[in-house]
Design a protein around this ligand. Structure first.
Ligand SMILES: NC(=O)c1ccc[n+]([C@@H]2O[C@H](COP(=O)([O-])OP(=O)(O)OC[C@H]3O[C@@H](n4cnc5c(N)ncnc54)[C@H](O)[C@@H]3O)[C@@H](O)[C@H]2O)c1
Length: 263
């Protein structure tokens, strides 16, 4: 119960890794706000948490929209008070997999959610912490693709590299206020983030993540030869958000089974 009565906001908490993060914080006593663009998924996770005796609230949010972020902070703090922990998890990948084919519009869409969205959300939460004298914690979600060239994808990998760098810059700004900021970079986890590429390659749901793992194992690029679980990413996020990590800030923690895609 490291987060008893703590107010935690998780963006993109309606599916995949975000859902795992919401459940872990709720199990450890937090009051969790699920901020998601998709109301069906967001409400479903809130129902799951409540049915297990936890406390959660859904606030429909498009992280790329400053007005929506303002509304999120207003609704969340009205319900649960000042923000203690912010997890910037919402992201998308582009619809075409080649860097040569991605359109300028698609590039902007990916950056608007992954980079601008992370910036808007983290800064708003930081402001709320500072206004209330909360020495809280912010965790962003990067990716192993930010440091490897395995995929030819256009916007997504560089957007995640931007998130990692922004995390470090924000950590420097917030250190004097006792607010820590870190990033968790997952490896392969079978989630809906691969839905676009699976559609493009006419693969079944889950098949792309499976293929990535097989390829990485074959090439000696994945020490723990399987995909990760959402709960394994959530465990790292909760560690960095907790007092167990009280001397850790401005770090990017890879949770990727020892994946090395750099060449
Ligand atoms: N699955 C992987 O292998 C993997 C690997 C590395 C990093 N990641 C990162 O993990 C995080 C979670 O992704 P996931 O794999 O669980 O995929 P996912 O598609 O299941 O989750 C992303 C969530 O973000 C939400 N979202 C998208 N745009 C939004 C917006 N504008 N506003 C609010 N919510 C929005 C979606 O509705 C969805 O619930 C992302 O940051 C992703 O980049 C995933």
């Amino acid at each position: 119960m490291r987060f008893k009565e703590k107010h935690v906001i998780v963006t993109g908490g309606g599916t995949g890794i975000g859902r795992g993060i919401v459940h872990l914080f709720a199990r450890e006593g937090a009051r969790v706000v699920v901020a998601n663009r998709n109301a069906g998924n967001g409400n479903r996770v809130v129902d799951e948490v409540r049915s297990q005796g936890g406390t959660a609230l859904f606030v429909r949010t498009d992280v790329a929209d400053p007005a929506a972020i303002e509304n999120l902070i207003a609704e969340a703090t009205k319900a649960y008070g000042p923000v203690d922990v912010a997890v910037s998890n919402a992201a998308i990948s582009e619809q075409v997999s080649s860097a040569l084919e991605v359109s300028a519009e698609e590039w902007d869409r990916v950056y608007a959610i992954n980079v601008r969205g992370a910036f808007l959300f983290c800064r708003a939460c930081a402001q709320n912490m500072m206004d209330n004298g909360v020495q809280g914690s912010i965790v962003t979600i990067g990716s192993m693709v930010a440091r490897g060239g395995k995929m030819a994808v256009g916007a997504y990998p560089s957007s995640k590299a931007a998130v990692i760098q922004f995390t470090k810059n924000l950590a420097k700004c917030l250190a004097p206020m006792g607010i820590r900021v870190n990033c968790v970079s997952p490896g392969v986890v079978a989630t809906e983030i691969y839905a676009n590429v699976e559609k493009e390659m006419m693969m079944d749901p889950g098949a792309f993540a499976e293929w990535l793992v097989e390829e990485a194992v074959k090439n000696g690029q994945l020490l723990i030869g399987r995909a990760g679980e959402a709960g394994e990413i959530a465990a790292a996020v909760a560690f960095l958000a907790s007092q167990d990590a009280s001397y850790i800030t401005a770090q990017n923690l890879s949770v990727d089974g020892g994946m090395d895609w750099c060449w």
